[in-house]
Design a protein around this ligand. Structure first.
Ligand code: SF4
Length: 255
């Protein structure tokens, strides 16, 4: 699926792979898993392969889509693109050669800015030296709790122009967070019927670390039964920081 996105920190999504397996507590209420089930029921072509019922679900089996690789080449207007909103590009079942093809498309479409996010940070670190890292690729890892801070260390080994963290759904405090080498942090609470509450002090501590280290900070949402239930205001204002977007022929634009 390649379309405009409702995700606050991006503009479009591009899914050259779909499907995944739950790998950490942050995956417990995976929106993509639930959405894939609905898309399968609607007959969507990309979501007909089922995953392991213990870790995945209907329509969420890991599938590569070579036919989707060239979609960004057809977008005339520059876009900020979230890569694989419906899977994890660094899942072990995505062949290295396909990951390299995705990175090649990103390198050959410098008018777009790509945001790639993974929980499989070890595989990311292992493959990093075999991938192109053009300046329009931003690489991020999810950090939902202090237990997974090794993902940030793996990310620091990657020569991406912009390294970022997605602390969403934030499930606990991050007292040991080190932002060395990190340009951007997104934080937010969980949404949906089984959402787990986020303590405001957890997110304030992350924001304060960002402010004191000069790291861009984006507060996505408090969470609740729906994504908009708790709003986006933190201490009386919104926090929409993000790195500057570099586009060929354009002066940098602060986001
Ligand atoms: S890694 Fe991401 S896409 Fe995969 S199951 Fe977890 S939350 Fe869902």
């Amino acid at each position: 699926m390649a379309d405009r996105s409702s995700i606050e920190w991006t503009e479009a999504t591009w899914n050259p792979t779909t499907g995944c397996d739950r790998v950490a507590p942050g995956c417990d209420n995976c929106y993509a898993l639930a959405l894939a089930k609905r898309l399968k029921a609607m007959g969507a072509e990309k979501y007909q392969h089922d995953g392991d019922p213990r870790t995945s679900g209907p329509g969420f089996g890991v599938t590569i889509h070579p036919g989707s690789l060239d979609i960004p080449r057809s977008w005339k207007t520059p876009r900020v693109v979230f890569v694989n909103s419906m899977s994890d590009l660094f899942h072990a079942k995505v062949p290295k050669k396909f990951v390299q093809q995705v990175f090649r498309v990103m390198a050959e479409t410098p008018q777009h800015t790509y945001q790639v996010l993974t929980k499989r940070s070890l595989r990311l670190a292992r493959l990093a030296s075999e991938l192109d890292w053009p300046p329009n690729v931003w690489m991020g890892v999810s950090v939902e709790s202090d237990d997974v801070l090794d993902r940030v260390d793996h990310l620091r080994q990657v020569p991406a122009a912009v390294r970022f963290l997605s602390c969403e759904p934030l499930l606990g405090p991050l007292p040991n967070l080190d932002l060395t080498g990190i340009a951007w942090v997104i934080a937010g609470g969980e949404s949906g019927p089984d959402h787990r509450p986020m303590d405001g002090d957890w997110v304030r501590a992350i924001r304060d670390t960002c402010v004191s280290t000069g790291t861009a900070f984006f507060f996505k949402q408090w969470g609740g039964r729906t994504p908009k239930a708790g709003g986006r205001s933190l201490d009386g204002r919104t926090w929409d920081g993000r790195p500057a977007i570099r586009r060929p022929g354009l002066v940098n634009m602060p986001g």
